[in-house]
Design a protein around this ligand. Structure first.
Ligand SMILES: N[C@@H](CCC(=O)N[C@@H](CS)C(=O)NCC(=O)O)C(=O)O
Length: 206
C-alpha cells in the first residue's frame, strides 16, 4: 500500500493506522506542488492528503481510508472491540467530531482565506474567533475525558485524530491551559507505539 502524506497533517492518522494494523506500506511525503498536479488530482480530486493506494484501488478521505483499513485488518480494532457495535459507533462519533467539527475550524491558521485580501488585522480577528470556536469544541472532549483514559474504553483511531488536532493547537499557539484533562491525554496518546513510529517516519515530534 502507498500513503501520500504531508508531515504532521491529518494524514498522520492513516499513517499511524498502517503501523497499527501491521500493513506493509510505503509512505510518500507529497511535495506541495504535486498536490495540485493533474497526475495527483486524478487520484485525489481535492488535491489534498491523505490518499491511499492498494494495488489499483485508490481511496481518499480519512474516513474512507480508515474504514477500508479497519475492514481489511479487523484484528487491529482501529474502531474499538470488533464485536462491540456500540463501542464502534462511539469511535465513529469521535472520529466525526475530530475530522469534521474540529478540523474544519483550522484553515485560517494554515492559509490566508481569499477574503482577507491583505488585511492582516482582519486575519487576526478571524484567527481569534476560530481559536475561541476550537476551544469551545474541545471543551466537549475535555469534559468527556474527566474520568477516562481514551475517548472509548480502549485506544481507537479517533484518539489519534484528536491528538493530531491538539498538536496543531500547540503549533499555532492556541492555548489549551483551560483544558487540563486534554493536556494529560495528549501525552498519554503520544506514547502509543504506532503513533510514535508514524511521527518518527514523518520527522515530527509531539
Ligand atoms: N476531509 C479530508 C481533509 C483533508 C485535508 O484537509 N488535508 C489537508 C491536510 S490536514 C491538506 O492536504 N492540505 C493541503 C492542501 O489543501 O493544499 C480528509 O479527511 O481526508
Amino acid at each position: 500500500m502507498k500513503l501520500y502524506y504531508l508531515p504532521g497533517s491529518c494524514s498522520l492518522v492513516p499513517h499511524t493506522a498502517l503501523y497499527w494494523t501491521g500493513a506493509e506500506h510505503e509512505a510518500f511525503e507529497t511535495p506541495r506542488d504535486y498536490l495540485k498536479s493533474p497526475e495527483y488530482l486524478v487520484k485525489n480530486p481535492n488535491g489534498s492528503v491523505p490518499t491511499l493506494e492498494d494495488g489499483d484501488f485508490t481511496i481518499v478521505q480519512n474516513i474512507g481510508i480508515l474504514t477500508y483499513l479497519d475492514s481489511k485488518f479487523p484484528e487491529a480494532e482501529l474502531f474499538g472491540a470488533k464485536d462491540n457495535l456500540q463501542q464502534r459507533a462511539q469511535a465513529y462519533r469521535w472520529l466525526a467530531y475530530a475530522n469534521s467539527d474540529l478540523h474544519k475550524q483550522f484553515p485560517p491558521f494554515f492559509s490566508v482565506p481569499g477574503y482577507i485580501d491583505g488585511d492582516e488585522e482582519l486575519h487576526q480577528r478571524v484567527k481569534d474567533s476560530a481559536a475561541k470556536g476550537i476551544i469551545n469544541t474541545l471543551s466537549i472532549a475535555e469534559a468527556h475525558l474527566k474520568d477516562r483514559e481514551y475517548l472509548i474504553d480502549q485506544i481507537c483511531i479517533a484518539d489519534i485524530y484528536l491528538f493530531a488536532v491538539l498538536r496543531w493547537c500547540k503549533l499555532v499557539k492556541i492555548s489549551t491551559d483551560s483544558l487540563p484533562n486534554l493536556e494529560a491525554y495528549y501525552h498519554r496518546v503520544a506514547a502509543f507505539e504506532p503513533l510514535q513510529k508514524a511521527m518518527l517516519r514523518e520527522d515530527i515530534k509531539a
